[in-house]
Write a protein of this length. Structure first.
Length: 625
């Protein structure tokens, strides 16, 4: 690596640590200041921070791989997460969540179900879910950043003693980066996280612009046209996804057949089914929810969520599109090995492009940007996870009365413990990869049903929430065990057939079992206290089946009105998904020089932006706070 690139990376790390530590003195006033920034951070800083936290290295490498192989329609693959839960949050969920005026997602649950045994059971299971998910993601980041750095950087940091290897090079890199990130995250809490993430966002955007400019300058339209088939830029699809590569690139079709997306129509249908329920269920108890709760008002929570969509997708896909164009033109002809790689190895395209086809200076900025992407996502989880340990478990059940300084110290210890456990688990890379897939697919599937019902059904109670979450957890665990042992089942047996089904197609089973647990837990136990329901409904104002609670409130106050915005919110969500999709496709078509489709994407973006101005933004401006 050239000294210029190394210098850029070193300057970035010093600048990040300096900013994080310098601003950390603001976090010493109490838990509210430490975890939520004292609800004093401006919404656009939180929006930049939230977008930066979603700009992770592993996800970027995966997106580069699927865009390279599948073309423009690959943006629909991200519906399995689903990425448009950000639209649902923007349209109505951010306001619902922020009206609670609390600190964490599990504390929010107490405002819905009360503080009796049922409420505490639901509260505890959300806190445990958040902590386990944070540990799993920290372990995943440990594995991912180490492997990425060893591919990019030339130095071997293997630590040996005699004939024994104590640390592999990738583990040493991971420990160094995680240690540096943990310093300012633990020291400064939300203030340091947001400040450094805004800085990191700027670096990532600059890296994306430079890569895009370099791809435009060095690669001609004719070179791209010669490589990309017409089908690559098409969004049309049928029930089956047919391979469109030909000639020397025919082997890429075998990759498409092996990745589990062959039944593309069914895959998209299942993604939509999961996405609607998962999006209404709301954000999982992690950094995304912390940003919403950190805003200064309900109005700013909505602004922040909309701004996150606006600042995230265009810069990110400008970078991804630039990397893919360079890879298509230079890697495809040169590296025949790419035609026979395994289905999970498309992620090597990103580091190979950086190593061999990016000039000095741009390479350093790009590496600093990707390092920033890792550090921002990691710090977001390190800040959100300990909030559940300290506020929802330690403070609530063990030491309810203590000084703010005591809770800040407890938060430091919780953060350190969380990172330590995550790193220890990260040393077991094979099992962690499986655990992470379980958390992000099956386990989150178990989260959906109970959290969907909590918004829309007044009779749903704390025990229903607890048993719904637990039922989902159990069936998700069974799916995980099936997947891990699929090689041991005899071909043709029911267990073997079940084990071969991708996690996305198991979602309906997980969802309905969790739904059954939710209904049985609710119907077999008493309803939540009406005073709790009145307080929640009058404060949060969700739509759904709340008529008994509404009638009581109406009798007490004739001016009280219900939320009849379900239809308008859903229409806005559909418009928002199209708006979001246009922001993804716009830079992709621009980078592959398909100018007619670029103009169409730009037109769709402009039209949907104007519509949302009148149907969403003007409504948000009328919020009282």
């Amino acid at each position: 690596m050239d000294i210029i690139d190394v210098s850029i990376i070193v300057i970035y790390i010093i600048l990040t640590l300096g900013v994080g530590i310098w601003i950390s003195k603001k976090a010493s006033k109490g838990l509210d200041s430490y975890f939520l920034g004292g609800n004093s951070i401006k919404w656009y800083y939180l929006g930049l921070s939230n977008g930066s936290g979603m700009f992770d290295v592993s996800g970027t490498a995966w997106m580069v791989g699927i865009l390279f192989l599948y073309g423009a329609k690959s943006f629909m693959f991200m519906w399995i997460w689903p990425i448009w839960n950000q639209i649902f949050i923007m349209i109505f969920l951010a306001a619902w969540i922020r009206r609670s005026n609390i600190m964490t997602g599990s504390e929010w649950i107490l405002t819905r179900f009360g503080d009796d045994k049922a409420g505490r059971a639901s509260h505890l299971i959300v806190a445990i879910f958040a902590i386990v998910a944070s540990i799993g993601f920290i372990a995943y980041f440990f594995e991912g950043v180490g492997k990425f750095m060893t591919i990019i950087l030339p130095w071997d940091l293997t630590l040996s003693m005699g004939h024994s290897t104590l640390l592999l090079s990738e583990q040493s890199y991971a420990l160094i980066i995680i240690f540096l990130t943990t310093i300012y995250t633990i020291k400064g809490g939300m203030f340091s996280v947001v400040a450094t993430e805004v800085l990191q966002y700027g670096i990532m955007v600059l890296a994306g612009i430079l890569v895009a400019v370099y791809a435009f300058v060095t690669i001609s339209d004719a070179q791209i046209t010669a490589i990309i088939p017409d089908e690559w830029t098409s969004l049309a699809f049928g029930m089956q996804l047919e391979g469109f590569w030909d000639g020397k690139l025919q082997a890429f079709n075998d990759l498409i057949d092996s990745q589990g997306y062959k039944m593309f129509g069914a895959f998209i249908g299942m993604s939509l089914f999961k996405g609607i329920f998962a999006s209404i269920a709301g954000p999982t108890p992690s950094y995304d929810m912390q940003r919403i709760l950190s805003t200064r008002s309900v109005k700013e929570a909505a602004y922040m969520s909309g701004f996150t969509n606006l600042v995230l997708f265009i810069p990110r896909y400008l970078l991804i599109g630039g990397i893919v164009v360079i890879g298509l033109v230079f890697l495809t002809p040169e590296l025949g090995a790419l035609q026979s790689i395994g289905s999970n190895d498309l992620e090597i395209i990103l580091p190979k492009v950086i190593n061999f086809h990016v000039p000095v200076g741009v390479k350093g900025l790009l590496l600093a940007g990707l390092l920033a992407a890792f550090m921002s996502t990691f710090s977001a989880f390190v800040n959100s996870g300990p909030a559940y340990i300290v506020n929802d478990i330690y403070k609530k059940y063990f030491k309810p009365e203590a000084t703010p300084k005591h809770y800040i110290k407890a938060s430091h210890l919780a953060s350190f413990a969380l990172v330590t456990v995550g790193v220890i688990m990260g040393f077991f890379a094979d099992s962690i990869n499986s655990l992470t897939l379980w958390i992000t697919s099956a386990l989150f599937g178990g989260y959906v049903a109970a959290n969907f019902l909590k918004w829309i059904w007044w009779r749903f109670n704390g025990w229903g929430y607890f048993w719904g979450m637990l039922a989902g957890l159990i069936i998700a665990t069974l799916q995980f065990l099936l997947d891990q042992n699929k090689a041991n089942f005899e071909v043709g047996t029911l267990l073997h057939d079940l084990a071969q089904i991708p996690a996305i197609y198991i979602f309906p089973i997980i969802f309905f079992v969790s739904l059954l647990g939710s209904f049985l837990g609710t119907w077999l136990t008493p309803a939540t206290n009406m005073e709790i329901l009145k307080s929640f409904y009058s404060n949060v104002r969700p739509w759904g089946w709340w008529n008994p609670v509404y009638k009581v409130l109406k009798n007490e106050d004739e001016t009280f009105t219900k939320n009849n915005g379900f239809i308008s919110d859903m229409i806005n969500c559909v418009i928002g998904v199209v708006w979001q999709s246009s922001m993804i496709l716009l830079p992709i078509y621009f980078m592959v020089r398909d100018y007619p489709k670029t103009l169409w994407a730009l037109l769709v973006f402009a039209i949907t932006s104007v519509i949302l101005k009148f149907t969403w933004l003007d409504k948000v401006k009328k919020y009282k706070n």
